[in-house]
Design a protein around this ligand. Structure first.
Ligand code: NAP
Ligand code: SF4
Length: 669
């Protein structure tokens, strides 16, 4: 008996028996787009299959050029392409896994001037207006889905997934928001449903009776003019009748202004909608979105919410997620922290996806930690993200590693990040590294400031002594506190606070300062209410009035630049952080110069006008300076050392760069 019997129980869908109910959901990585990346894609999926996941779903493949996500993006339209996919399906099967190909037509989300949709309405997140499909083109497009599914079957895929959610073409046909047609494919809700129903029906005709067809249904559109709950339930039954084998669930269009998967979204936030769907249909249902632990996945199956659980990013973060859970080693799982920084932010910026906590993701053939033949000792100094990554990566290669940390705890800047409301998941990364250090036998010396003498005993030295907050040269700066002192609890700010510096940390600290905790057990209800998400059977597409937040403090967030505050935050999460600032009443001041800090508050000049912010405290979030004293001492003593992380380069340092550099330096040693 293992700890997760429900998650690990096999399930049969159509003619396919899955070894467990964990599904690696679809995630576009950028490796799908070109034939020359197929070996890398095969290695990426094979590693996940080796890690025990029941079913993998590929990134989306378009059934036609007009359905491309971007110019020359992934498509599966020819036999030659299908032939090439055999390398991917073969690699997964060799590892005992199963794999489904997702068929995705981008519709008006296509980043091309040739995009097509149900109508000509442009999406707010792409620069191109689509052309409206003619009646004949709609018919041909429905058939093209089935054709691509047939090619997937020929290529050795075990199933297909029809992408009907997240606001892509099928969703565009379903919603009055985007379907303004008056022909047989629009006009009434039933006619708008005809397109997905035909897609599934024709696909079933092509692939035969038993081949699994997964249909990803949009349970909550979360956009104005989206589907009603009754329409979604009617569609679910129609799609089931048309031949779908499984219903996977999607939440929110990409253009929705409600976050659905980032860290601040409570775990399992949408599973109540999956449960309601499952009560209405006769085929297995798959839960998705913000499910990142085996405990939650198992519970969802045990309590009847779902039959399968889809986890895309958690499988990027840890390919061995399922095997670790099955072997009683769940505490060794490298948990996805839902930051989006290396996966979706990369995908939307046209870069290859990876993972902040697992830089090997999508680089399985390039970033390899080979066993070493040398019996060298390595000292890593500083246990922030860069140092933790270096220490564990060296140890994984077989080096004998000692990790020095001057503080009493591991984590450095990461320990501060996890104090931010909505970033609590960062604690999982600390748990992962602590466990990994122990499993790999790294000697950890906490509360020890390494010296040149101490380090002379080691063959190799890696310096990751991190950063310290920059305290700018403003008259009266001694009256201000650094963000580190606030977040580590050394200082408790008063009711009115000014924040100097509006980068990522300034925004985070403003969120921390204004946050009012929910009553125990009401986190999810509060969170949904703040974002205006209501019962979809009462409110169309699940959208209702937003409940204002009650800020815990009055906060001013100030920067010298004149640009929009938070402009450089993550592509897929920055808008949500900016919205929280607005909801919390944070006054944002750009184009300021700092004149003085004194007992009265923060004196500014903005647009040539003097202004006094009468605050109790001023918190400085003005970036960081590298801490390199030890490195300089080592160099002066003629002792070579490798400098990484914030100690190497403080500007624009983030955990993604630090963890990647730590691993890379070990891989190349
Ligand atoms: P940052 O993003 O570089 O921002 C620091 C801000 O301080 C600058 O925007 C700058 O704005 C101001 N500043 C710099 N020097 C100053 C000076 N001498 N006097 C007054 N103001 C000064 O650094 P951070 O906020 O410390 O964040 C560190 C890293 O973590 C960044 O790479 C960031 O992207 C990352 N991070 C990201 C997130 C997220 O995406 N949510 C959250 C936290 C951290 P002005 O010059 O305009 O005043
Ligand atoms: Fe998860 Fe962040 Fe990794 Fe994406 S980059 S898979 S969100 S941890």
């Amino acid at each position: 008996m293992n700890d997760y019997p429900h998650l690990l129980e096999p399930i049969t869908i159509g003619d396919l028996t899955l070894r467990n109910r964990a599904v690696m959901g679809s995630m576009h990585t950028g490796l799908e787009d070109f034939a020359w990346d197929i070996p890398k894609l095969a290695a990426y999926f094979a590693e996940r299959a080796r890690g025990g996941v029941g079913l993998i779903v590929t990134g989306g493949y378009s059934p036609s050029k007009r359905g491309w996500l971007k110019p020359f993006a992934s498509e599966l339209t020819t036999r030659l392409q299908a032939e090439r996919h055999k390398e991917v399906t073969g690699a997964v099967h060799d590892e005992g896994g199963a794999i489904a190909l997702q068929v995705l037509h981008a519709g008006r989300y296509g980043y091309t001037p040739f995009s097509q949709s149900a109508s000509e309405k442009k999406s707010p997140i792409t620069p191109f207006s689509p052309s409206a499909m003619s009646t004949k083109q709609v018919d041909r497009t429905a058939t093209s889905f089935a054709h691509t599914a047939g090619l997937a079957q020929r290529a050795g895929y075990d199933a297909v997934e029809i992408m009907g959610s997240e606001g892509y073409l099928i969703n565009q046909f379903l919603a009055a928001r985007t379907n303004e047609r008056e022909d047989a494919w629009g006009g009434t809700a039933t006619r708008r449903m005809r397109f997905p129903v035909e897609v599934v029906r024709r696909t079933r005709e092509v692939v035969g009776d038993a081949f699994p067809i997964i249909y990803r249904i949009s349970l909550l559109d979360l956009v104005e003019g989206g589907q009603t709950w009754d329409e979604v339930m009617e569609l679910a039954l129609l799609v089931e009748q048309a031949g779908a084998t499984v219903l996977n669930t999607g939440i929110g269009w990409h253009e929705a202004r409600v976050p659905t998967i980032i860290t601040q979204v409570p775990r399992g936030a949408w599973t109540w909608t999956t449960r309601r769907l499952r009560e209405e249909v006769g085929i297995p249902v798959c839960a998705s979105n913000r499910i990142n632990t085996p405990e939650l996945a198992d519970q969802l199956i045990a309590d009847g919410t779902a039959d399968l659980v889809s986890m895309a990013r958690p499988l990027l973060a840890d390919p061995g997620f399922v095997n670790k859970a099955a072997a009683g080693r769940a505490d060794e799982i490298n948990t996805c922290i839902a930051c989006n920084q290396a996966c979706l932010d990369h995908a939307f910026a046209n870069q290859r996806a990876s993972c902040l906590v697992n830089p090997r993701a999508c680089r399985e053939t390039e970033l390899v930690l080979l066993s070493t033949r040398r019996s060298s000792t390595v000292a890593v100094v500083g246990a922030g993200p860069a140092g933790l990554s270096a220490a564990t990566s060296y140890a994984e290669r077989g080096f004998e590693v000692t990790l020095f940390e001057k503080d009493a705890e591991l984590g450095g800047q990461f320990r501060l990040a996890m104090q931010i409301p909505g970033k609590e998941e960062f604690a999982e990364t600390m748990r992962y590294y602590e466990r990994r250090l122990s499993v790999l036998g790294v000697t950890v010396r906490l509360g020890t400031a390494a010296t040149v003498d101490l380090l002379s005993a080691y063959d190799e030295v890696v310096v990751s002594t991190g950063v310290e907050p920059r305290m700018p040269d403003i008259p009266g700066i001694e009256h201000a506190h650094s963000y580190a002192d606030v977040l580590n609890g050394s200082v408790t700010p008063g009711r009115r606070v000014a924040v100097i510096g509006a980068g990522g940390i300034g925004v985070d600290v403003s969120v921390w300062l204004t946050h009012t905790p929910s009553l125990p057990g009401e986190d999810l209800d509060d969170w949904l209410a703040h974002w205006g998400v209501g019962d979809p059977s009462l409110f169309v597409a699940g959208l209702t009035e937003r409940k204002p937040r009650t800020p815990a403090r009055e906060v001013y967030l100030v920067q010298r630049k004149t640009s929009m505050i938070g402009k450089d935050l993550g592509k897929t999460s920055g808008w949500a952080h900016r919205a929280v600032l607005r909801q919390s009443g944070v006054e944002q001041i750009s184009g300021a110069s700092y004149d003085l800090i004194d007992e009265a508050g923060l004196h500014l000049t903005v647009g040539g006008q003097f202004r006094l912010l009468e605050v109790d405290d001023v918190v400085v979030c003005a970036g960081q300076e590298s801490v390199r004293r030890l490195y300089d001492d080592l160099l002066a003593a003629g002792r070579p050392a490798t400098l990484i992380g914030g100690a190497d380069l403080a500007a624009e340092l983030d955990a993604k760069r630090a963890i990647e550099q730590g691993m890379r330096v070990a891989a190349e040693a």
